[in-house]
Design a protein around this ligand. Sequence first.
Ligand code: ADP
Ligand code: MG
Ligand code: MG
Length: 255
Amino acid sequence: MSSLEIRDLVVALTATPDKPIVKGLNLTIKTGEVHAIMGPNGTGKSTLSKAIAGHPDYQITSGDVLLDGKSILEMEPDERARAGLFLAFQYPSEIPGVSIANFLRAAVQARMAEGEELDATGYYKKLYGKMDLLKIDRKFTSRSVNEGFSGGEKKRCEILQMAMLEPKFSLMDETDSGLDIDALKIVAEGVNTMRGGDLGVLLITHYQRLLDYIVPDFVHVMYDGRIVKSGDKSLALELEAKGYDWVKTELAATT
Ligand code: ADP
Ligand code: MG
Ligand code: MG
């Protein structure tokens, strides 16, 4: 079993390092688990995921992120991926002229140990195996990466990348922009197919609706840069019924 541990994490914009956005966040995820972070807009959810991915605009000013007890903070984004983190936003928006099949092959090759080779036969066997698992049409991988893709097709491409890279942990930040119900279902089916066993998922979402399709093992409410409440899937339902104001009121009463 692997673990991803976010410990007292403080994140600011690189341009304004003295103004924290994430303000001391703690969370541990183990492989086999699906965790959802929910919270109102502007609370620092995307900042958290970008900081863990190593986005240059965000600076971790204190705290740590440990993969199996080892800090990832000194690793380049690519090394983080090689260590077993899948960070959806690292992937390009559009690469005209490069087929998904070739793009994924390069991505898989880049994550292999030095000297290891993936021959064409082995690669296509793996690719088609994953596509069958995810019920993706064979024609799909001859298209250029994200070129003219619908929201749903982009998500399908991302889910296939995730399946091919076989990460230990996947961080997915599903913002509400451009996620129609089809895209939502593609993400959910992909995660539900791959979840369990060797994969841990951190699903960050504005979209309570997504949790109708992916039933998380743990739900965390993020507010003002921290996790203020954790529970199981019933917490998501409670939030849906009562809204985030309920959490705010509860917090005000206890602090
Ligand atoms: P969420 O994903 O929960 O909606 P964000 O992490 O996107 O929250 O944003 C948290 C706060 O940090 C907001 O006030 C937002 O305006 C600010 N912020 C995040 N990223 C940037 C950025 N690149 N430039 C300026 N402000 C930012
Ligand atoms: Mg936002
Ligand atoms: Mg966001």
